[in-house]
Design a protein around this ligand. Structure first.
Ligand code: PXL
Length: 291
């Protein structure tokens, strides 16, 4: 008798930034720890992420179609295709092509529309990137914008504090473009400076879930990448949407707590190495609510 390991592959389309624990340097350790075989399709190589004042940037757009062709030749299959930071508008067409060629009815397509944070676009992001990102969002099963990205994708002016009804309206605006599930991260809780939240809804369900967490006054790049990585792993493991939200929010909170007590340069991100083992523990705190 032959026993085959049930290895599930995830195509991970993100940049590789050497310093700062963003993108592939969060995606690979998290999803590997959760038991998946991550296959990176790097979009660019940076010395460090783009929230530092300067960085080197090698665009890999020209290499990507060759890698995709080779993957097709190898006959590899993916349980999920998960995209994040993209380095040029042309890459978005290439990624749409990857999805069209490798998607099966069982493939989970997760799009994290990495564009900006705190009301501003990242330094390499242009209006053309925002426009192209809308096209990619349209083919996602799961879309995970932060609040800044949600407003940018809808072409609406950014507002930091939104009521639950306003957040639901953003979710529905984004779902109308195509994705089944929209998760908005980093939504401040009006009047409660010490809290932050994530809110989500699936078209196929219509209930809206919210997880509220303590907010520590520090900004760590890469937490969005870590959040969506845990969501991807959790949904692939068969968790429900609110449990996936809980797991991801708890993991980010633990990462921030593990880091905040030190006097570190917050641009280096959270001490991911310290908290990875938590991914293999059962979900302890459950705090989701219906809103
Ligand atoms: O964490 C998102 C991200 C990914 N990749 C690069 C970035 C950022 C955020 O700053 O600069 C290169």
């Amino acid at each position: 008798m032959h026993i085959t390991p049930n290895v599930r592959r995830i195509a991970a389309v993100h940049d590789l930034s050497g310093v700062g624990r963003t993108s592939l340097m969060a995606v690979i350790p998290i999803l590997s720890t959760m038991g998946f075989n991550v296959c990176p399709l790097p979009t660019a190589i940076l010395s460090n992420h783009s929230q530092y004042p300067d960085f080197t940037f090698r665009d890999l757009t020209d290499e990507m179609p060759a890698i995709i062709d080779q993957w097709e030749k190898l006959g590899v299959q993916f349980s999920a295709i998960y995209t994040g930071y993209l380095g040029s508008p042309r890459q978005i067409k290439i990624v749409c092509d990857l999805i069209a060629r490798f998607r099966t009815p069982d493939t989970l397509v997760v799009v994290d529309p990495v564009l900006g944070d705190n009301g501003r676009l990242y330094s390499k992001m242009t209006e053309e990137m925002v426009e192209q990102m809308r096209r990619l969002a349209a083919v996602a099963d799961v879309l995970t914008p932060n609040l800044t990205e949600a407003f940018a994708l809808l072409g609406r002016p950014y507002r930091a504090e939104c009521s639950n009804d306003e957040l639901k309206d953003l979710i529905q605006g984004l779902a109308a473009v195509g994705p089944d599930t929209v998760i908005i991260t980093g939504a401040p809780v009006p009047g409660r400076a010490g809290l932050t939240s994530v809110i989500a809804q699936s078209k196929s369900d219509q209930r809206t879930w919210k997880v509220t967490c303590p907010y520590l006054p520090a900004h760590y790049p890469g937490t969005g990448d870590s959040f969506t990585s845990v969501i991807t792993g959790s949904l692939l493991q068969g968790d429900s949407l609110p449990i996936a939200l809980d797991r991801a929010a708890q993991f980010i909170l633990q990462g921030i707590r593990a880091t905040f007590g030190y006097r570190l340069d917050s641009r280096e991100g959270v001490l991911l190495e310290r908290v990875l083992p938590l991914l293999n523990l059962p979900n302890q705190a459950s705090s989701y609510e219906l809103v």
